[in-house]
Design a protein around this ligand. Structure first.
Ligand code: GLN
Length: 469
């Protein structure tokens, strides 16, 4: 019996390499686990039951990642039944590494949301407590990995969609430096922010998956080659590492006391492992980050989503003429959140308001970038809670977009600055996982892996959800 709940990707790879199980048997074990638990969790929108001939271990992909011939909906009705005619670059890369595809995971519609409640196909439940959300938008990938329904997965992160669900489900999630992973074949939300990242059960797995997907891709002109080879982290010393604790992200204001307590313990642990811990400040990033994000991301989204018109992909409404076809398809095909963002974005970009909103937000984005650069003159990385709360209950924030948006208050600033961020589980509050966010300067993924791995060893968090042990 293969216990998918306890198997890391590294262990699974070793099992297949040694010939203890075949790639097809391993794939089957995950499909069985999906059959057992996914009816309750709904982490998957599409399951690929048949083994596709991959020679290695399996993977799950968020449903914004194009997979040739396999349904890809981005959680939207407007892409109902859409089958891409090509693979995204990251899909090609995981396949080239031998991985078989387990399926496509649930997401808030067009990756807009923090709970999966915006998915047109119904929400995913948190494996730690099914009355709670798994986070979002990549809640499907996070729930799948946490519940042993995939050894690892890929998500996409615009303002926190890899880090936040990873935190809420007790996984390790990386948002890579902008430009290190190709966006070719990713259904675009906000192109200056979107970045694909791994969701895993531990930091070494996360680093390994990152090394497989990262690197220059001619088909995405924003990509670069990763300057330093990815090193799989070992050891438990943080000697010499300077860790900054941004005051505004570690105050008690607006943060669950249980989250604050777990993060403080992790920071003490870092000190005990030899890190030099000091206070720093990111005042503008925290104060203006959200407002800035909610101008820039919707502006880009309004432009990216213009391509969904019922003519070329997915859902098409009945209509007698072309204008009515466009209008009705978009009215019936998009849910409330994409519509809200299209309206916000279109407004921010309109001639009379461009300077006041979009132009201004771009300037604030530069300030956020500079503020981070300044902090990284003195520190190798900074830490904060990934999310101010543990996983919330269904419905708790769904009726109030602003409350939902605040879920990403700590993940958004570094996304705006293009910086890499890692979330690792650092403890429990009310029996639910708490995530610790580590942010580094551009291309500092190896530092994040090293620190994350050392802390992971010291904190000894059990990633198997309590109720499934
Ligand atoms: N929750 C944020 C939003 O709704 C971030 C989503 C994401 O990173 N894709 O925009």
């Amino acid at each position: 019996m293969i216990d998918t709940l306890r198997l890391s990707a590294e262990q699974a790879t070793a099992l297949v390499a040694r010939g203890d199980v075949s790639a097809a048997e391993l794939h089957r074990a995950y499909i069985d686990a999906i059959a057992l638990r996914d009816p309750e969790l709904h982490a998957y929108l599409t399951v690929c039951e048949e083994h596709d001939g991959g020679t290695g271990i399996p993977i799950a992909l968020k449903d914004v990642i194009s997979t040739k011939g396999i349904r890809t909906t981005a959680g939207s009705k407007i892409l109902e039944g859409y089958r891409p005619v090509y693979d995204a670059t990251v899909t090609e890369r995981v396949r080239a590494a031998g991985m078989s595809l387990l399926g496509k995971t649930n997401t808030d519609e067009f990756a807009m949301g923090s709970s999966t409640e915006n998915s047109a196909y119904g929400p995913t439940r948190n494996p730690w407590d099914p009355s709670r959300v798994p986070g979002g938008s990549g809640g499907g990938s996070a729930a799948a990995v946490a519940a042993g329904l995939a050894p690892w997965a890929l998500g996409s992160d615009t303002g926190g969609s890899v880090k936040q669900p990873s935190a809420l489900c007790g996984n390790v999630g990386l948002r890579p430096t902008y430009g290190t992973v190709s966006r070719y074949g990713i259904i675009a939300f906000a192109s200056s922010l979107d970045q694909v990242g791994p969701v895993a059960r531990n930091v070494r797995d996360c680093a390994l998956l990152y090394s497989i997907i990262a690197g220059r891709d001619e088909r995405d002109s924003t990509t670069v080659d990763v300057p330093a080879a990815v090193s799989l982290p070992e050891g438990d010393s943080l000697k010499g590492l300077r860790i900054g604790v941004p005051r505004e992200m570690n105050s008690e204001e607006g943060v669950d006391p249980g989250v604050t307590a777990a993060v403080r313990t992790a920071i003490e642990q870092a000190r005990a492992l030899g890190a030099e811990v000091g206070e720093c400040s990111l005042p503008k990033s925290v104060e203006y980050g959200m407002a800035c994000y909610y101008l820039i991301a919707p502006a880009e989204a309004s432009s990216n989503l213009a391509r969904f018109d019922g003519v070329r992909y997915g859902f098409r409404a009945d209509a007698d003429d072309l204008t009515a076809l466009y209008g009705r398809t978009r009215d019936q095909g998009f849910g409330d959140e994409p519509k809200r963002r299209i309206m916000l974005g279109t407004y921010a970009l309109s001639a009379g308001y461009y300077d006041a909103y979009y132009g201004q937000a771009q300037k604030v984005r530069t300030l956020i970038r500079r503020e981070h650069a300044e902090v990284f003159q003195k520190f190798d990385l900074i830490v904060s809670p990934t999310s101010p709360t543990i996983a919330f209950r269904f419905g708790e924030k769904a009726a109030n977009p602003l409350a939902m948006y605040l879920s990403d208050i700590f993940t958004i600033p570094s996304c705006m600055a293009g910086l890499p961020g890692l979330s690792i589980p650092c403890g429990l509050s009310e029996g639910m996982p708490v995530g610790l966010q580590l942010i580094g300067p551009q291309f500092a993924e190896n530092t994040l892996f090293r620190a994350g791995h050392a802390l992971e060893q010291a904190l000894a968090f059990d990633v198997v959800p309590g109720r499934l042990r």
